[in-house]
Design a protein around this ligand. Structure first.
Ligand SMILES: NC(=O)c1ccc[n+]([C@@H]2O[C@H](COP(=O)([O-])OP(=O)(O)OC[C@H]3O[C@@H](n4cnc5c(N)ncnc54)[C@H](OP(=O)(O)O)[C@@H]3O)[C@@H](O)[C@H]2O)c1
Length: 352
């Protein structure tokens, strides 16, 4: 296989960003798009839209996708080697499962699923079918996040003492399927919190053991949460505070940020810099290739990593296991908030 032939499921906001990313990668040919409406799929295939909710300006690319299909057709098509699942959260499981059962490699947007049990079933199916399963935690591909990971990994700030992270949309009031629990599976925690939970596990290089959470709907009359405060412990015992939310009136910095406090220093992402006193002298430094918080490059790198994983050149930087661990944390957090107690992340019984 010289180029991976990819089909996109969904024609919404993130599908557009991915169409841009996929057509920017030389190892990929974007061959198909699927929708509930053939007309919408055809419109999307013309690639003459400018901007999306996530990139409001013109992102400067027009393209043509050969085939417009419905969801059943794309899952069975011989013209497609791999799919990008860009559908409402609660549909991820069914469409990923069906795609992999048909031998297709699968990229699934975050949150991987709405239940941990489903996520681990997808991991198992990918292994059984010998296909690549990658999850869309795209912050792993951002230069500033990679900088923080390197600072921690190389011991530049010493042993880690504590972490603070958040992923918050200010003055953002979602509607439609996002606030319908049958399609979203949850609110701001599943939508936004998963970014902070995953980015911290990526930067620290370890997962979580327990969580205490206070999850509420405090701003709007949603049937899902808009305000989440999580107190987590990593497997090695590092305390991590994660906040997520929609419709908030204020967030301290950008819409997402991480602060990592080490014994010998500190590293932050957005704003991105590190402080160290490792050699006995105070020093401050920044990434050599800083990126804006809004950079779309991370989506392009993510697509490239997906294709190269399928071609056997690389491993997925965000595997099915990584995505499933995040869903395990989310499930435990919702349980903790309901019961008012710490919940063992492994006690969900599905995170091996
Ligand atoms: N990585 C990120 O930062 C990021 C950012 C945004 C979203 N996401 C994730 O990407 C996924 C899609 O989000 P989005 O913002 O692109 O949503 P969206 O704009 O509402 O698009 C969702 C698409 O799903 C399709 N769909 C199929 N069945 C549907 C149903 N029953 N109800 C509603 N839509 C249905 C629709 O396409 P048709 O009508 O054409 O079938 C729709 O365009 C979500 O899981 C979200 O969490 C990730």
């Amino acid at each position: 296989m010289e180029k991976v032939r990819v089909g996109i499921l969904g024609t919404g906001g993130i599908a557009k960003i991915h169409a841009w990313a996929l057509t920017s990668v030389s190892h990929i040919k974007l061959v198909a798009v699927a929708s509930r409406s053939l007309e919408r799929a055809r419109d999307f295939a013309k690639g003459r839209w400018s901007g999306s909710l996530y990139a409001p300006g013109d992102i400067g690319l027009s393209y043509e996708i050969e085939r417009a299909m419905n969801y059943d057709e794309i899952l069975e098509s011989d013209e497609v080697d791999a799919v990008y699942v860009c559908l409402p959260n609660a549909l991820h499981y069914e469409y990923c499962m069906r795609a992999m059962e048909n031998g297709k490699h699968c990229f699934v947007e975050k949150p991987m699923t709405v239940k941990a049990e489903e996520a681990w079933k997808l991991v198992k199916k990918a292994k059984e079918m010998g296909v690549v399963l990658q999850v869309g935690h795209m912050w792993r591909f951002h230069n500033d996040v990679k900088f923080a990971r390197r600072v921690v990994k190389e011991g530049i700030i010493g042993d880690i003492v504590r972490v603070k992270a958040y992923s918050i949309h200010v003055f953002f009031y979602p509607k439609g399927w996002f606030v319908d629990p049958r399609l979203s599976g949850g609110g701001a925690l599943l939508d936004m919190g998963v970014h902070a939970i995953d980015t911290v596990q990526f930067v620290l290089g370890e997962g979580y053991s327990s969580v205490y959470a206070d999850i509420s709907t405090s701003y709007i009359n949603y049937p899902v949460d808009d305000t989440d405060v999580l107190f987590l412990k990593t497997i090695s015992g590092i305390p991590v505070l994660v906040e997520s939310g929609w419709a908030q009136m204020f967030s301290s910095k950008k819409e997402a940020s991480i602060e990592i406090y080490g014994e010998k220093g500190f590293v932050s992402v957005f704003p991105t810099f590190a402080i160290t006193s490792l050699a006995g002298e105070y020093g401050e430094f920044r990434p050599s290739k800083p990126e804006s918080h809004e950079s779309l490059e991370m989506f392009r790198r993510q697509a490239e990593n997906f294709a190269k994983s399928i071609l056997g050149i690389e491993e997925p930087l965000c595997s099915g296991e990584d995505g499933a661990k995040v869903i395990g944390v989310v499930e435990a957090a919702y349980e903790s908030s309901k019961k008012g107690v710490f919940v063992d992340v492994n006690s969900t019984g599905v995170n091996p």
